[in-house]
Write a protein that binds this ligand. Structure first.
Ligand code: ATP
Ligand code: MG
Length: 571
């Protein structure tokens, strides 16, 4: 759990003409296109898509696009020149206008269907046709696969207009949600947590859409007004965007024998997933059934590690359905997410999300998604009893592996060689009763305080604390003494610096992001840039100025305010 070093390659891509030859659309030869799809991609009305892995769709460009931000670290990793993000042809392409891209870039993108399971239960109601054939990328359109420095990346526009899966909605994303997703992806990567990455963000200077939102200072749970917001297109990048829900779609069709190619389509999408996400871990020459067993084992390892990392950094995904669970084991879909302030096992910023997706329930939610994954790939093991048995075992042991990851993570946060149940239980109780700011507490602890005074910087001092401050302080002192005795064998310098690579100093709290997207909507990107800077070095001490602004408790007046502490709509 250390901060990623950014592998930078020399700039080789300075223009779209340099990028064009790196494009590789070979997936179109191995995966199936929707037979009813239109080659020109003029396919924007909601309809059922009965088969095929992808539908050709032309993005709908936003009007009068303006540059907002680009992912500088990703640009450098890819060898892209920073100046390209503001060049006319790049802006045009990544704000949705593919009409003039240089060959061999194509002027039609693609969208994919997927199914939905919520907490392990299959859903069809969200599909306008009640069949599952109308659900999928409703506003996400991929425009390119490219092999850059030996690595393959898919680039996907979000908010690029309607697709056959739009369900009657506008296919747009507003600047607010795009800024949130853009910053969070960069922050997550810098935290060392696997994630889709931010490439670029453009806003329209003229096009707006209406969305339900909160009036200023509103304490309502649900939005109480409709506001007009500028539309934006952000581009995210990953080796693939295959979701657990996507495997489920093809598996459901195979199970119900919906068409003659259904089983073959399931096998193809699973092999494609292995190729894009697990190429290093799974030997290509194996038979499909053996590959599937290895895939399940590797995905379990990635998913459990991912969720332990989310909890390490205080992240709640909020809507951890199977369609928001990337089969490559990284964070996907920053919708109603949040980074917590107060430590609260039930923290869930999304008012529609329910407790099953709350902060410390994420391991259980991940298990449900893993069950959905196992059910989806199981048909490929028919006739292979040994592989079926192995898959069952892998599925059955999920909680054990998850628990081991969690204990390892808590031990690392506390600078311990091994997890100590008693110490942790007392800490969790104290953190809830005081309560503490999660980020501040662990960061202060990482400086190895002699007494509890420095830790008090993280105290919110709620009713339980106020009723008996001396009593609680005493328990904190006793806890600290016990913790000190367990860490004594390590050199203090080494312990502290190791803990500071596990416990970030800065986290992307919602009340930092709100003013940044508000300013951005008024055309001022200064705060957004500052946040981009601060939050891409979350483990660094940074300047006194930065510390004063971003290393502090959440102001009391911002608790329980709609849009700042909770939200119902994320798009
Ligand atoms: N404005 C919109 N127009 C069309 N489809 C939409 C819109 N907003 C959301 N959707 C679709 O509704 C579904 C549920 O939305 P959700 O918030 O999980 O996804 P999202 O944030 O749009 O997408 P992703 O999971 O791709 O990050 C998704 O399939 C999404 O494509
Ligand atoms: Mg989603």
């Amino acid at each position: 759990m250390i901060e990623r070093r950014h592998r930078e390659t020399p700039t080789t891509v300075a223009t779209l003409d340099d990028l064009a030859p790196l494009a590789d659309y070979s997936f179109m030869d191995t995966l199936n296109c929707d037979p009813e799809g239109k080659a020109n991609g003029a396919d924007h009305a909601p309809r059922q898509v009965f088969s095929g892995h992808y539908v050709p769709v032309k993005p709908t460009p936003i009007e009068n696009p303006e540059y907002v931000a680009h992912g500088k670290h990703l640009f450098h990793e890819l060898g892209f020149a920073d100046s390209m993000a503001q060049s006319d042809d790049f802006v045009r392409m990544f704000s949705g206008d593919l009409s003039r891209v240089p060959e061999p870039l194509r002027n039609v993108g693609w969208a994919c269907g997927y199914a939905l399971s919520i907490y392990g239960t299959e859903f069809y109601q969200q599909c306008p046709f009640q069949t599952g054939n109308g659900y999928g990328d409703g506003r996400a359109i991929s425009v390119l696969e490219a092999v850059i420095n030996g690595q393959r990346w898919e680039m996907q526009l979000k908010g690029a207009g309607r697709t056959p899966y739009c369900r009657g909605a506008d296919g747009r994303a507003v600047l607010r949600s795009s800024v949130r997703e853009f910053l969070a992806q960069e922050h997550m990567h810098a935290l060392g947590v696997p994630t889709s990455r931010s490439l670029s963000l453009y806003v329209s200077k003229t096009e707006q859409v209406r969305r339900p939102w909160y009036s200023e200072g509103s304490r309502s749970m649900d939005p109480d007004i409709l506001i007009s917001e500028p539309v934006a297109i952000s581009t995210r990048v990953a080796p693939s965007f295959i979701r657990v829900g996507q495997l489920e779609l093809f598996s459901r069709r195979a199970r119900k024998q919906e068409h003659p190619q259904a089983m073959e389509e399931l096998e193809k999408i699973v092999l494609h997933l292995i190729d894009r996400e697990y190429g290093d871990a799974i030997d290509q020459s194996l038979a499909t059934a053996e590959k599937v067993v290895l895939l399940a084992r590797e995905f379990r390892s990635r998913l459990t590690s991912l969720v332990a990392n989310w909890i390490r950094v205080g992240y709640c995904q909020g809507n951890f359905n199977s369609d928001n669970c990337a089969a490559g084991g990284f964070t996907l879909d920053y919708g109603p997410f949040g980074f917590c302030d107060v430590f609260d096992p039930q923290y869930q910023p999304w008012t529609g999300g329910g407790h099953h997706f709350a902060f410390l329930n994420q391991p259980a939610a991940a298990e449900r998604n893993f069950h959905s994954f196992c059910s989806a790939v199981r048909p490929l093991l028919a006739g292979h009893p040994d592989c079926l048995r192995q898959l069952e075992e892998i599925q059955r042991d999920f909680p054990k592996v998850m628990q081991a990851q969690m204990e390892q993570m808590w031990a690392a946060k506390l600078g311990l060689d091994a997890f100590d149940t008693v110490l942790f239980r007392e800490l969790a109780t104290l953190m809830m009763q005081t309560p503490v700011d999660y980020t501040l507490f662990f960061r202060e602890l990482s400086s190895l305080p002699d007494e509890i005074e420095p830790l008090k910087k993280s105290f919110y001092k709620g009713a339980t604390y106020a009723a008996d401050p001396e009593g609680i302080d005493k328990r904190w002192s006793a806890w600290l003494t016990k913790w000190q005795s367990l860490t004594q064998s390590r050199s203090p310098e080494e312990l502290s610096s190791q803990m500071k690579l596990v416990n970030p100093k800065y986290s992307l709290r919602e009340w930092f992001v709100v003013p940044a997207y508000q300013q951005a909507a008024a055309g001022n990107y200064a705060l957004l840039r500052e946040l981009q800077d601060v939050m891409t070095q979350p483990y660094a001490e940074q300047s006194e100025d930065v510390e004063k602004k971003y290393y502090r408790l959440k102001p009391p007046e911002l608790f329980e305010v709609g849009g700042w502490s909770h939200y119902s709509c994320s798009s």
